[in-house]
Design a protein. Sequence first.
Length: 192
Amino acid sequence: MSVEVMNRYDATVRLRARLGDEDAVIGGIGNTNFDLWAAGPRNLNFYMLGSMGLAVPIALGVALAQPGRRVIALEGDGSILMQLGCLSTLAKMAPGNLGTIIMDNGCYQITGSQPTGTAFGTDVEAVANACGLAHTATVATEAALDAALDRFWQIEAPWVIVVKIDSEPPRGTTERDPLRIRMRFMDALTLA
């Protein structure tokens, strides 16, 4: 029996099409942010380099500092498993402008495809619920992703969508200049 999954790049393009001019996106390390870059670079995208598990905490900081701005954290399953505590902090702080999308292919793809806990049954959506996050979904098709985004996009509470994806390689590679990435993002936050 085959399991239905989406392509990470296709899911990212669907998200990218919904972004408004002032929406900020924090792309977790590796293939998640590589496909975010390939979907169309934006000044309000922050492309993390070498900081595994910190997309949600950084996005939470941006969301709290700028409550009038929608912020999206894009994370991988390995990275969120490394920082599960951030989900309980997210539930406690409850920013109404923060959404989290977790791309779950069941492996640490960028380092050799070693399996993550989700390959053995860890259910990230259930963990998010147990942490106190009420607005969650797990999706594996474009229609289901669109429906979850339709449901959560305008609510004033944090939400989490786990997207079951394949292990296709990314469509691009992020630029590798951390100072330029940081300054461009910070300038965009100030100007927008």
